[in-house]
Design a protein around this ligand. Sequence first.
Ligand code: GH3
Ligand code: MG
Ligand code: MG
Ligand code: MG
Length: 310
Amino acid sequence: MKILIAEDDPVSRRLLEATLARWDYQATVACDGTAALDILSRDDAPRLALLDLVMPGLNGDEICRLVRDRVRDSYSYLVLVTSRSQKSDLIQGLNAGADDYLIKPVDPLELKARLNTGRRILGLQEQLIAAREAMRRQAMRDSLTGAWNHGAILDILRRELARAMRDGTRLSVILGDLDHFKRINDTFGHLAGDAALCEAHRRMTAAMRPYDMIGRYGGEEFLVVLPGCDGAETLQFCERLRGHVADTPVGHGGEAIGVTLSIGAALHDPDEAADAETLLQAADQALYRAKHAGRNRVELARALTVKAAV
Ligand code: GH3
Ligand code: MG
Ligand code: MG
Ligand code: MG
């Protein structure tokens, strides 16, 4: 575990360094407060620090205050080290954000125990961050397929559209709806329907580039946000999506389930201002035409058809 020793007195510093090395700490040393703050400000800073209370440059309590003032994801566990005569200053140090303190001369067993407390707290904080990340992911992902959920893919669409308008680049909005899915559920059961839905999503993802994004827009309807493609490329991409889903039946419980996908696509033209709703509406109308023209096919929004044909 990495640790910072900030101590201006060379004898105390070396003593701490030698003691911590025996316990497998990788110590970085600072001889004054400014250097200590510098080290604690790095991205890969030690998260555990022993800070002498009185040092040139910055005192230990001042370092605590400056570290706590920064908004950071990872926590630093800060232990002030002080001589007995400075004990009254400790309250100031704890108020400034120190987690703990040690009195010089430092008793090695006490040092070890207090650092163990620090490690335990840092461990708990890591678990909290991991739990928060898992919840954030859960809040944005569809639990069945793992695709972005409705809210998240709409946020992505709005963000990508803003970027496309700023950069003058293209953006395609693609709605894909599985055909006669009710029939699949009715014939093979709801679990088989779930499996077909997951497999369709997996196949669509396999047809995408790393920076294309797919979300579950509704029950058996997916929204794909495709940056940087013109009409012809969008059409080609949609045909690839359609083919990936339809070409091979989905195997489930010994059954071969034929799944097909109807697609409607709309393209944001960099010369025109458009909002997400208008694009979605255009893609939805195209999807409606794909359904009515027999399903398992791709239709482009009318404006796009003209441009794609040019
Ligand atoms: P169309 O070709 O016109 O889209 O016909 P469809 O049957 O796919 O469309 P409809 O809107 O009539 O029915 C959609 C079906 O999708 C009904 C619904 O039960 C099913 N569905 C939606 N979400 C899920 C899901 O998470 N799992 C399963 N198994 N089925 C789902
Ligand atoms: Mg000192
Ligand atoms: Mg459907
Ligand atoms: Mg539908």
